[in-house]
Design a protein around this ligand. Structure first.
Ligand SMILES: O=P(O)(O)OC[C@@H](O)[C@@H](O)c1c[nH]c2ccccc12
Length: 261
C-alpha cells in the first residue's frame, strides 16, 4: 500500500519535472563539478564500517521522529561525530523531507551527500544533481532490472554515484547486473516495515567482494552497529537512532569509535 501510494505521488512529481526541467537544466546538471565520492569515503574506513548518518524527520512506520529538525545543524553534528557520509531523506509526504534541506546540507557539510528518495525516472536524477546530491538511492523493489540498469547508466553520465538497495535474494542478481557503485542491504521490508538485522548477515555472503556493501535500517544501539560490522559490511546507514538522540554528535560518536569488524 505504502509503496503504491509513493509511486503514484512520484509519477505526478515526474510530470511536473517534465514541465520544469528543459535542455538548459540538463546541460547545467551535466556540467556540475565532480561529486564527493561515497565509494572513496567508505574505502577510507577500511578497518571499521563507515557511518552513513541520515536526516530523517519522520517515517511511514514511526510517524513523526523529529519533524522540526534543523537538517543543517544535525548533519554538521554527524560530521563532527565522525560520519563518513550524510543521507538526506527528501520525500515530503511520509518522511517530511525536502530537496531544499539537501542543498543546504551540501553547502554546510564537507561529506558526500546521498539523496534518499523514490527515484523512478531519469529526470529525478537531473533534479538530484542540480540540488547538489553526490549519490542517489535506487530501490530494487520499485524497479525492474532493466530500469535499474538504465537509471544507473544515466546517473553515471550525470556524474552521480548509485547506492542500489535490495531486501531479498530474488533482487540480488538483477541489481548486481545493473552495475551500481554501492550495494545496500535494507534490513527493513518496505511492504511490511518489519526489520531484521539477520537480513544483512544472510545476504552479505552472496555479494562479490569487489563491490562495497552497506547494511541499512534497524540499528538502535552500538551493539546493533557492532553486529552489522561483524557481518562484514563497508558501511552502515542509521537514521532513527541518531535522530532521537538529544546530541546527534554524541550518538554518531558512539557508533564510530572503537567498533571493529
Ligand atoms: O531509521 P533507520 O531504521 O535507522 O533506517 C535508516 C534507513 O535505512 C531508512 O531510512 C531507509 C532505508 N531504505 C529506505 C528507502 C526509502 C526510505 C527510507 C529508507
Amino acid at each position: 500500500m505504502f509503496l503504491e501510494e509513493i509511486v503514484d505521488g512520484k509519477k505526478k512529481e515526474i510530470e511536473e519535472l517534465k514541465e520544469r526541467l528543459g535542455e538548459r537544466e540538463d546541460r547545467e546538471a551535466r556540467q556540475s563539478p565532480p561529486v564527493r565520492s561515497l565509494v572513496a569515503a567508505l574505502e577510507k574506513r577500511a578497518s571499521s564500517p563507515g557511518l552513513i548518518a541520515e536526516v530523517k524527520p519522520a517515517s511511514p512506520s514511526k510517524g513523526d521522529i523529529r519533524p522540526d529538525v534543523d537538517p543543517v545543524m544535525t548533519a554538521r553534528e554527524y560530521e563532527a561525530g565522525g560520519a563518513a557520509a550524510v543521507s538526506v531523506l527528501t520525500e515530503a509526504t511520509y518522511f517530511k523531507g525536502s530537496l531544499t534541506s539537501l542543498t543546504q546540507v551540501k553547502e554546510r557539510v564537507g561529506l558526500p551527500i546521498l539523496r534518499k528518495d523514490f527515484i523512478l525516472d531519469p529526470l529525478q536524477l537531473v533534479e538530484s544533481r542540480l540540488a547538489g546530491a553526490d549519490a542517489v538511492l535506487l530501490i530494487a523493489a520499485l524497479l525492474s532490472g532493466e530500469k535499474m540498469g538504465t537509471l544507473v547508466q544515466e546517473a553515471h553520465e550525470l556524474g552521480l554515484e548509485v547506492l542500489a538497495e535490495v531486501h531479498g535474494e530474488d533482487e540480488l542478481e538483477r541489481t548486481l547486473a545493473a552495475d551500481p557503485d554501492v550495494l545496500g542491504i535494507n534490513n527493513r521490508n518496505l511492504h511490511t516495515f518489519e526489520t531484521d538485522l539477520s537480513v544483512t548477515e544472510r545476504l552479505r555472503n552472496r555479494i562479490p567482494a569487489a563491490i562495497p556493501v552497506i547494511g541499512e535500517s534497524g540499528v538502535h544501539s552500538r551493539r546493533d552497529f557492532q553486529r552489522l560490522a561483524r557481518a562484514g559490511v563497508d558501511g552502515i546507514l542509521v537514521g532513527e537512532y541518531l535522530m532521537r538522540h538529544a546530541s546527534p554528535r554524541e550518538a554518531a560518536e558512539s557508533l564510530t569509535t572503537g567498533v571493529r569488524a
